[in-house]
Design a binder for this molecule. Structure first.
Ligand code: AP5
Ligand code: MG
Length: 224
């Protein structure tokens, strides 16, 4: 593997498969999976002040303000299990967040190695979201049709209960997509300009997306 910590950012619209792909890739790369949405949902489950504040925005399909989000993710990245890098999912989501991450990594002499952009047409995403089920314990994503658990309603990994996210209602999903195109899609050019972007076709079976991702990782890091 290339020297220094490995920071990889999975970019892509809501329900493009970031969490699904990260679950497989993190095991292969032995990297910590840092997903901002999962961190907010964990906080909400524990009824922390941060979680309750974030819920107001999440339920409306809007982004949680940058200052809250940046502080939460930076705190997560400072933990020992991220010393070797991290597989980031859902962060950064604005130019301000990307600049804050760049600044923090630069201070430590590190940089982002790869940013796969998982592209999927909007109409496919709206359809996918309806069948999504999430584990209450570990946050793993399933799909009733495309990625069903072995036992209905139960997580394969830890036996946790599967549920539907509050923000997966059709009207909230449409809002999340609008927010994505306005506030997050500019990051595609931001990372392309840094020479770290890799385009991945997310509109194909989960295994095919994973194969494309691994090819991009292999090219960038010389692993597998
Ligand atoms: P977050 O939890 O990050 O949601 P998201 O980005 O909208 O992405 P999702 O988790 O919905 O989708 P995913 O790409 O992980 O797809 P998945 O693998 O589950 O954020 C939620 C909210 O938190 C935001 O709206 C915001 O309010 C707040 N937030 C989070 N981060 C923030 C930040 N940085 N700044 C500010 N606010 C922030 O797959 C989706 C479904 O499709 C599953 O059912 C899966 O099984 C299925 N599937 C996956 N791949 C395929 C495939 N290839 N074919 C068929 N089905 C597939
Ligand atoms: Mg996710």
């Amino acid at each position: 593997m290339a020297k220094g910590p490995t920071f990889i950012i999975l970019l892509g619209p809501p329900a493009s498969g970031k969490g699904t792909q990260a679950a497989q890739l993190r095991e292969a790369l032995e990297l910590s999976h840092v997903a901002s949405g999962d961190l907010f949902r964990e906080n909400l489950g524990n009824e922390t002040e941060l979680g309750l504040k974030a819920k107001e925005y999440m339920d409306r399909g809007e982004l949680v303000p940058d200052d809250i989000t940046i502080a939460m993710v930076m705190d997560r990245l400072s933990r020992p299990d991220c010393a070797g890098g991290a597989l980031l999912d859902g962060f950064p989501r604005t130019i301000a967040q990307a600049e804050a991450l760049d600044a923090a990594l630069t201070t430590q002499g590190h940089k982002i190695k790869l940013v796969p952009n998982i592209a999927v047409p909007d109409e496919v995403l709206v359809e996918r979201v309806g069948g999504r089920r999430i584990c209450r314990v570990c946050g793993e994503s399933y799909h009733v049709q495309f990625n069903p658990p072995q036992k209905e309603g139960v997580c394969d990994r830890d036996g946790g209960e599967l549920y539907q996210r509050d923000d997966d209602r059709p009207e909230t999903v449409r809002k999340r997509l609008k927010v994505y195109w306005k506030q997050t899609s500019p990051l595609i050019d931001y990372y392309r300009d840094q020479g770290v972007l890799a385009e991945v076709n997310g509109d194909q079976p989960i295994e095919a997306v994973q194969a494309e991702l691994r090819a991009a990782v292999e090219k960038a890091l010389r692993v597998f």
